[in-house]
Design a protein around this ligand. Structure first.
Ligand code: IPE
Ligand code: IPE
Ligand code: MG
Length: 236
């Protein structure tokens, strides 16, 4: 059982925010301009989430493998993240958003670690939306840490050490892969792939993805109740 921190809505949406670099390339701009525009898209989506019934939003901002990028891009991303935290804490507080950062912290700068701690502490009582930002995150490493952190390894204990299961996973930017994001938590996630580059993704796109999700039938390995009843009637 994962703790829900008093958040009312239960829908967990996770987003792989991809396509910042290509967005910039298409405009003749440096990649960092795409990342800057991507930060604005995060703000829009966070605002749009609660009215759609989303209680938890987990966004992939920087993967453990993104350290492989050129140093200048990594530095720019880290600086942007710090700026985002400092600028958004007040807004989160005002809007009942509880901000959390998942992933490794020990490879982040001291000042970034402090900014994360401050933002998390300041927004800890938010109950309208749980916003989880994945930074230096790897799904495989998260599973390993969860397994190492429990006394008795079982499906329940590992599940408890990880985050809540994902209902809907959205990936922007046109690629159709998980890139090491929330591997365990996405066991039964509905997948929506959008061709939109992340900086262009807005409230309408999020609403569209949630609409598509609501139109799908989740079976979790079972058969629909009506189908089970129909089958039972053959046995009469
Ligand atoms: C996603 O956009 C942001 C991060 C991974 C940090 P990309 O930077 O991967 O953009 P593309 O995929 O190169 O267009
Ligand atoms: C996944 O995007 C990570 C984030 C969006 C933060 P990447 O752009 O790094 O993924 P790959 O390399 O295309 O798989
Ligand atoms: Mg990418």
């Amino acid at each position: 059982m994962s703790i829900n921190f008093g958040i009312q809505s239960t829908l967990h949406v996770a987003i792989i925010m991809d396509g910042n670099g290509r967005w910039a390339l298409a405009r003749g701009l440096p990649r960092v301009a795409g990342h800057r525009a991507g930060a604005d898209a995060v703000r829009r989506v966070v605002e749009a989430a609660p009215p759609l019934g989303i209680g938890t939003l987990t966004v992939f901002a920087f993967s453990a493998d993104n350290w492989r990028r050129p140093t200048a891009e990594v530095s720019a991303l880290m600086e942007l993240f710090g700026r985002f935290l400092r600028a958004e804490t007040e807004r989160c507080l005002a809007n009942g958003v509880r901000l959390e950062v998942i992933g490794r912290r020990d490879r982040l700068s001291d000042s970034l670690q402090c900014a994360i701690g401050r933002a998390e502490a300041a927004t800890a009582l938010g109950t309208r939306l749980r916003l989880r930002i994945a930074v230096d995150y790897s799904g495989r490493d998260a599973i390993l840490s969860a397994v190492e952190g429990v006394d008795l390894v079982s499906r329940e204990s590992v599940e408890g050490a990880l985050g809540p299961p994902v209902d809907l996973l959205i990936r922007t930017g046109g690629e159709r892969r998980l890139s090491d994001f929330l591997l365990w938590e996405c066991a039964y996630a509905e997948l929506v792939f959008s061709r939109r580059m992340w900086p262009d993704f807005g409230a309408d796109d999020l609403a569209g993805a949630v609409r598509e999700f609501r139109g799908r039938e989740r079976r979790f390995g079972s058969v629909p109740a009506a189908m089970a009843a129909r089958e039972a009637s053959w046995l009469d």
